[in-house]
Design a protein around this ligand. Structure first.
Ligand SMILES: Cc1cc2nc3c(=O)[nH]c(=O)nc-3n(C[C@H](O)[C@H](O)[C@H](O)COP(=O)(O)OP(=O)(O)OC[C@H]3O[C@@H](n4cnc5c(N)ncnc54)[C@H](O)[C@@H]3O)c2cc1C
Length: 394
């Protein structure tokens, strides 16, 4: 038996025995927050997978991973999908800041931060955007001043997703205001459990508050928790964005990526609204639109798979912008097609005249509009692709 077949057989047997029923199919996924209770099966799944190093399968063993290479890693993903197992751990820890520390941190920083991240001990927030710095992120004004062996942070971040449930936040701060704006920035790791960090939820028209304003008033950060060097934060922060975009694109390496081809759910969702004629969707125009979507969908899945293989199970560079954007556009297009097919059944919010699936589809359609804003807007991605992938002039 080859090494690969043996790994597959062992993985299959181990997963069959160790993946609890409550960690399969749709349901809760751990992302590290200490403030959210995990269902017993989800907690057990996390614990067992962390022990195997399979919450971060490609990371070195000394930092909580399993050192799976580009050949073995996809086999694990395939076997997880085969039994409908949810990823044991997702979130900004394993997907954004963990890979950044792994690539750019010192040995001490890796030893301090990576094992807890791999165990899902602590949920992470992202402190990038400010009221005056979104796409033009380098204009950020949150200050960090060295005082002895600590930095003192003052400033205001906005759109901080999930901050109310997070334990830590990675923050882009200005350490040298006298330098040109891209050269005076650092990336620091902040413990949110201190009086200097205040969270103010931002209520959306839906009534939910996934976003927050995060205020720093003399918050303290040990000087050793600057990642990648003082004033080097622009390069570090951009690399972290590539990890974020790879996650949005489904080509991250934490075990939650979606690169292996899986079926499009759209045809099945549309059928009840359009009906069939001789086994085909009854409306030719919808059929045509759907076929084009299915071609794009499968091309995207194959591209994800190719990128995962080509980059040897590591996040790509600027290409992450292209895959993130195409993924977002295809997802949004699928929602538009479904909404058109649903007609008036697609405008429900929460009244009795709509099924749960219908109101959920409407909410998804609206929610997914954010896919071309979060992690850098569509226009910002197009600028990056033009400059960095296609080499076009400024
Ligand atoms: C769901 C979601 C979650 C988020 N979570 C977080 C988080 O956890 N932490 C965090 O820090 N931020 C978060 N954000 C914020 C996000 O990063 C910003 O919204 C995004 O970077 C855009 O910034 P902005 O909102 O200030 O818009 P602006 O930068 O003001 O952009 C407004 C419009 O102008 C366009 N534009 C701007 N500059 C250019 C240009 N040079 N060329 C062409 N067009 C341009 C933009 O494309 C956009 O259409 C989140 C956003 C969303 C939607």
């Amino acid at each position: 038996m080859s090494e690969h077949s043996e790994f597959r057989a062992q993985t299959r047997a181990w997963l069959a025995e160790n993946c609890p029923p409550g960690a399969r199919g749709v349901g809760q996924t751990a992302w590290g927050s200490r403030k959210i209770d995990l269902q017993p099966d989800v907690a057990l799944w996390l614990e067992r997978m962390a022990q195997k190093g399979w919450t971060v399968p490609t990371w070195p063993k000394e930092y909580g991973g399993a050192e799976l290479d580009r050949e073995l890693y996809p086999i694990l993903i395939e076997e997880l999908k085969q039994i409908g197992a949810r990823t044991p751990l997702t979130g900004r820890g394993v997907n954004y800041i963990g890979p950044t520390i792994l690539e750019l941190g010192t040995h001490q920083q890796k030893a301090k931060w990576l094992p807890p991240i791999a165990r899902g001990d602590g949920g992470w927030a992202m402190g990038y955007s400010e009221p005056g710095a979104g796409s033009d992120l380098a204009s950020l004004t949150t200050r960090a001043e060295l005082d002895g062996d600590h930095y003192v942070i003052n400033g205001r971040k906005t759109w901080t997703s999930d901050a109310a449930h997070c334990d830590y936040i990675f923050v882009l701060v200005r350490t040298s205001p006298e330098k040109p704006k891209h050269q005076g920035i650092s990336l620091v790791l902040v413990d949110m459990d201190q009086p200097g960090v205040q969270i103010h939820p931002i209520q959306l028209i839906s009534g939910a508050s996934p976003f927050n304003e995060t205020l720093f008033e003399n918050a303290l950060v040990p000087a050793c928790d600057v990642i990648g060097g003082v004033d080097q934060g622009w390069a570090v922060g951009k690399r972290l964005l590539q990890f974020e975009r790879s996650t949005h694109a489904g080509i991250n390496t934490s075990g939650s990526q979606g690169g292996r081809t899986s079926e499009s759910l759209l045809p099945g969702k549309i059928k009840p609204y359009i009906g069939l004629d001789n086994g085909k969707l009854a409306e030719p125009q919808v059929r045509k639109t759907l076929i084009q979507h299915e071609i794009d969908y499968f091309a995207q899945k194959l591209t994800q798979q190719r990128v995962i293989e080509e980059t040897q199970a590591r996040a790509p560079g600027f290409a992450s912008s292209a895959i993130k954007l195409s993924n977002a556009l295809i997802t949004q297009r699928a929602d538009e097609i479904l909404m058109q097919a649903m007609g008036t059944q697609g405008v429900g919010w929460d009244t009795d005249n709509f099924s749960k699936d219908e109101t959920q589809a409407t909410r998804e359609w609206l929610r997914q509009k954010a896919l071309t804003i979060a992690g850098g807007t569509k226009e910002v991605q197009l600028n990056i692709i033009a400059k960095r992938v296609l080499g076009l002039p400024d």
